[in-house]
Design a protein around this ligand. Sequence first.
Ligand SMILES: CC(C)(COP(=O)(O)OP(=O)(O)OC[C@H]1O[C@@H](n2cnc3c(N)ncnc32)[C@H](O)[C@@H]1OP(=O)(O)O)[C@@H](O)C(=O)NCCC(=O)NCCS
Length: 274
Amino acid sequence: MTTPTDHPADGAPPPEPVKLWFCPNDDLPPDLAALLARHWLDEHERRTAERFLFERDRRQYLVAHALVRRVLALESGVPEAEAVIWRSARGRPFLRKPVDGLPRGSRELDFNLSHAHGYNVLGLVRRHRIGVDVERLDRGRQGFDAIVRTFADAERYWIAQAPPGRPRDRRVLRLWTLKEAYSKARGLGLVLPFDSFAFELAEPSGVLGFRPPPGDVAHRWRFLELEPVPEVLVAAAVRADTAGPPVFQFHHGFPWSRGAPRLCPLPEPARPLA
Ligand SMILES: CC(C)(COP(=O)(O)OP(=O)(O)OC[C@H]1O[C@@H](n2cnc3c(N)ncnc32)[C@H](O)[C@@H]1OP(=O)(O)O)[C@@H](O)C(=O)NCCC(=O)NCCS
């Protein structure tokens, strides 16, 4: 049996685990978040934080960005305040690799952040791409009809089969988080039409099939759904590692230390939808 530490026969490096950090805002008291932000955040992040009208939104941003810099420091070896983060034309952040490589291993490192309604999720992989999204089921139904109108026909039909209320809302947000995660892994955000690709989902969780947008193939992707605390849905999309079945590590809380993550198998690559 292949384990995450086995070396594949072709001599390729073993698959790296996909890593996810789930951090509620409450795990970092406001004073501490502000203090870390003062020491760690760069000019762009500080200016962005200053622009929020509501303290609640500023706090969310500070916790999210302290989390990003802390995790990048743990994983790359580049100290929190020294990590240089650049953004693509569509706003996707990347860690700039120092010319002589990252202190903690020189492999490419990709990360993606989502923050909403008091929760933050950060996904990290090496050599591949990741996208993540977090949503709260109890966030209210505002905008739901508009969201559903952006989905593919078969997805809208599947949503309509569920009884109104929580069961139906859950279907909407499961699809939404998966679509955002995929689109964010591609760096496209909301620019990618959400009816140009589709998911078929199992109940209560799991992706049965995936129809990618033109130009992509389903089996490159693995999709993960989690509910780390009740009513909070997290989705991750990972470009599949062909070297073997990797695991994912799940970390809960602000990563003051490396801690002991929960290890789980990563779902199989997506099955193409007809
Ligand atoms: C990416 C996007 C879908 C985020 O949506 P959201 O659900 O509101 O927010 P989330 O909390 O899930 O994710 C936000 C984080 O995603 C990351 N992000 C931003 N743009 C991204 C992109 N194109 N791809 C992947 N991740 C992106 C950032 O880390 C951002 O947090 P930050 O701004 O605090 O650093 C949305 O901002 C978007 O569509 N952006 C693209 C806009 C664009 O194309 N602009 C063109 C040039 S102006």
